[in-house]
Design a protein around this ligand. Structure first.
Ligand SMILES: NC(=O)c1ccc[n+]([C@@H]2O[C@H](COP(=O)([O-])OP(=O)(O)OC[C@H]3O[C@@H](n4cnc5c(N)ncnc54)[C@H](O)[C@@H]3O)[C@@H](O)[C@H]2O)c1
Length: 264
């Protein structure tokens, strides 16, 4: 029996960690997967990969800008209209922003990063929670009591520790960790689990190229004892564990997957 008999919803699924997570759900036997992103071309590429790994997977593609509350509400409603429920929600949509200290940043840049990385994740989880509250748990792989749903928010190692020239990004990720813990407290009694994952530097488009953000990463990679980038798959694996019934007693956790960056 698959660990994922229910419905998965992944935001930020056009690229990187979100794409790897969606593909992993398909590989692990999830047959109903909703993928969303602002980038429709990338979403169609992800859908093609899903079909390659699992020809009988049913896919819903939603183009969504997570700065827009109505679009997020529509995304969850469309998922429920097509698949009947939302069991595993992984909120990956995010941006790096520019590498500058506070006096060199504008309020507009602050709003952009905060609105996507924090407010967008909060809005996504808010609508996902509202649906999960309406549904009953599915049977689990070994007969233990299941949950009504499980949410994984993507934070960062930079929500645990900070770095130079990234005040807004670091704060947005610390906010995601804090919100995750608050929600975990509030929705435990309704049998919904909310956790977050805090990746270190992972090899995705966000950390490639020549932007100021990416150049500064080489120093950070050298700080981590494992001295390498993580792969999107290594983060996806943690997301799937936290969504699965094998994690039925894991609640409000900030799972750090960073090659040891934050222990150094
Ligand atoms: N790559 C890393 O090193 C790293 C480290 C820690 C945390 N993270 C976090 O992981 C998450 C995924 O990042 P990634 O590395 O896969 O980067 P990525 O750039 O490959 O993927 C991010 C995705 O989010 C989408 N997105 C951006 N703004 C959006 C919006 N307004 N609405 C909907 N979708 C939007 C992008 O189109 C893209 O597909 C982000 O939250 C990021 O902050 C990444």
């Amino acid at each position: 029996m698959t660990l994922f008999p229910g419905v998965a919803l992944v935001t930020g699924a056009a690229s990187g960690i979100g794409r790897a997570t969606a593909i992993s759900f398909a590989l692990e036997g999830c047959r109903r997967i909703a993928i969303s992103d602002i980038n429709l071309t990338g979403l169609h590429e992800t859908a093609k990969y899903l079909k390659e790994v699992s020809s009988d997977v049913d896919i819903l593609v939603n183009q969504v800008d997570t700065q827009e509350e109505a679009q997020i509400e529509d995304m969850v409603q469309a998922t429920v209209a097509k698949f009947g429920r939302v069991d595993y929600a992984v909120n990956c949509a995010g941006v790096g922003g520019t590498r500058e200290r506070s006096t060199d940043l504008t309020a507009k840049q602050f709003d952009f990063v905060t609105n996507i990385n924090y407010r967008g994740v909060w809005l996504s989880s808010r609508f996902e929670l509202a649906q999960m509250l309406k549904q009953e748990p599915l049977p689990t792989h070994d007969g233990r009591a299941g949950n009504r749903g499980a949410i994984v928010n993507i934070a960062s190692q930079l929500g645990i520790v900070s770095t130079n020239n990234a005040p807004v990004y670091c704060a947005s990720k610390a906010a995601v960790i804090s919100m995750t813990k608050s929600d975990a407290i509030d929705y435990s009694k309704e049998n919904i689990r909310i956790n977050c994952v805090c990746p270190g530097i992972v090899d995705t488009p966000m950390t490639q190229g020549e932007s100021g953000f990416t150049k500064a990463l080489e120093t950070s990679i050298a700080i981590a004892p494992m001295n390498r980038r993580g792969t999107p798959q290594e983060i996806a694996d943690a997301c799937l564990f936290l969504c699965s019934s094998k994690a039925s007693f894991v609640q409000g956790h900030a799972m750090v997957i960073d090659g040891g960056y934050t222990i150094n």
